[in-house]
Structure formats: C-alpha cells, structure tokens
Design a protein around this ligand. Structure first.
Ligand code: SF4
Length: 303
C-alpha cells in the first residue's frame, strides 16, 4: 500500500483532518483535506465539527494558532523543526520594551508570531487583512511586528507611521526576490503579469502588477486575462496555481525561493505524526487566552 493510502486510512480511523499551507510540498498538498493560508486553515479547523485531530502541515506559529482557536482538538505538527525564522525574530520582551517606550500606541502583530508574542498585542493581522486592521485604529502611529517589508507596504497605503518591532524583521525566503530577475523575465515574456507577496522588498513591489497575500494571489491569477504570470512568493504556491489554472503559465521570479522550514514536512512525517499522535501543540492557558483574544478581534473586524 502506498504511503498516501496509508495516511488516508489512518486519518479516517482516527477522525483526523490534514490542513496544508500553500507553501507545502506538492505531495503534501495532494493528500490534504484543505489547502490555504494560515488563517484560512485555522478557520477551517474551527468549522470542522467532526474532526478530533488536526494535522497541521505548516510551521510552528500556524499550528499554534490552530491549537489556540481549537482548544478541544488535538493539533499535531509533524516536524518540530518546522519553525518560522521570522516568528522567532520577535520576543515578548522586545514587545514590552517598545510598549513602554510608546505607551498609548496600539500594537498590531502579524500572525507570523509565536503565541507568547500574540499574547502581548492588541490585535493580530494577516497579509490579507493588515491594511484593514491598521486602518481600524484612530491613531496615526502603530507598533507593528515582525515584518519590516509588510509594515512598509501597509504604511504606503494607509499613510500611517508603523514603528517596527524588531526594527528589521524579515522573511528569509521572500527577501531573495530581486527586481532584476523580474525585469529579465519580462523581456522574455512581455505580456506576463507580475504578482508578489508583501513580504518582498519595496523594490519588488514597484515592478509588480499586483501585491497581495497567497489567497489574494490565487484570486488574481484566476481573474487576470494574462496567460503568463511571474510569481514572487514561495515555490509551493505554484502547485496550487497550476492546478487551479491549467491553461496559464506560472514562472517563479526566483527559482530557489524555497522555505526550508515548510519543506521539513514530508509524507513520512505526516504518517508518523498520525500514527504516534505527535507532536502535540500545547500552549499554556494564560498565554492561549490572551493570544486568542488578539486573533478573535481580527476575525470580528473581518466579519
Ligand atoms: S516563507 Fe517566510 S514567513 Fe513563511 S514560514 Fe517560511 S520563513 Fe516564515
């Protein structure tokens, strides 16, 4: 029996579901019950009434959010090494330090943070709703962490001053994209449209036709008339884009834009995770309660 079939069988026996992030390996996306960005997946997990176990094929902070939002379900992360380096760049101590320095300034944190940091903020945001979340505050100054590029993008649109915590938080994968590569590709494909993630640099945003989260990129790819699209985000998204748009051509703007942390999840690890019910995500109640409030406020704003 193939490993994918074994996973399917054990998943049904244990009333489990597999949620996979858009950046997962193609074979993981193919066995998943749902594919999406971190918050789409957490919401899916909340809607799933039958499931008792959630295997979260992604990185640490995403599995943490799923566990926070689904306290009665067992949330499993197949590889403990699957940690997002950007999320590790922000510590609760650093947030406290900035809050002390700017006492009446609201704190907005990107969901790409650990639960202990989420517990320190007023509200969370995703790359899909960050502009809306920042606009919801009257204050013209916002403390924002950890991604500097996303902060600059929000600031451009809202005209608000975003003070970043830490000063230079970044995604090691998205900073690999360079506008020169896009300009080179555009010479070969002059009719191509360019879409990039807001974690890319401002120089990349300047050469883009569209800037948005992975879910927004998927929508843009469907509605644009362009037959060729140059993509500025992690390689894994191309699998979904190609499946959803079989008649369009997708070209990664930088061929090695791979998040090694996302790729730590393999079929073998998903199988072991289900079989041994490992690795269970446990968040201390006091932290989970506060972090949940920050996530729920974001959902309320989106409804
Ligand atoms: S792509 Fe970047 S932000 Fe996303 S998990 Fe990897 S390192 Fe973190």
């Amino acid at each position: 029996m193939k490993l994918a079939e074994k996973i399917d069988r054990i998943k049904k026996e244990k009333k489990a579901i597999i949620l996979a992030h858009n950046y997962q390996r193609p074979e993981i996306q193919d066995i998943a019950d749902y594919i999406g960005d971190s918050i789409e997946l957490s919401r899916k997990a909340m809607e799933e009434k039958e499931a008792e176990i959630i295997v979260f094929a992604a990185v640490d902070f995403m599995a943490e959010s799923a566990a926070i939002l689904n306290p009665k379900k067992k949330v499993l992360l197949p590889s403990l090494g699957a940690r997002c380096p950007m999320a590790q760049m922000l510590t609760p101590a650093e947030i406290k330090r900035y809050k002390k320095r700017y006492p009446n300034v609201p704190t907005v944190l990107y969901v790409n943070t650990l639960a202990s940091s989420k517990a320190q903020c007023d509200i969370c945001c995703t790359s899909a709703n960050a502009v809306e979340v920042v606009k919801s505050f009257k204050s013209d100054i916002i403390l924002f962490g950890p991604d500097r590029n996303l902060a600059d993008y929000i600031s451009e649109i809202t005209q608000k001053k975003l003070i970043t915590i830490p000063e230079w938080g970044f995604c090691p994968t998205h900073v690999l994209f360079q506008p020169e590569d896009v300009i080179f590709l555009k010479k070969q494909y002059p009719d191509a449209k360019v879409m990039v993630h807001p974690e890319c640099s401002s120089e990349m945003r300047k050469v883009a036709d569209f800037v948005g989260s992975t879910s927004k990129m998927c929508n843009y790819a469907k509605r644009t008339n362009a037959k060729t699209i140059i993509v500025g985000t992690e390689k894994g998204l191309l699998h979904r884009l190609k499946k959803e748009n079989p008649n369009k051509k997708f070209i990664l703007a930088y061929d090695d834009a791979v998040c090694p942390n996302m790729k730590l999840i393999t079929l073998e690890k998903v199988y072991a995770s289900l079989k041994n019910e490992q690795h269970v995500i446990n968040i201390p109640i006091s932290i989970a309660r506060k972090a949940r409030k920050s996530l729920e406020k974001m959902f309320e704003l989106n409804n």
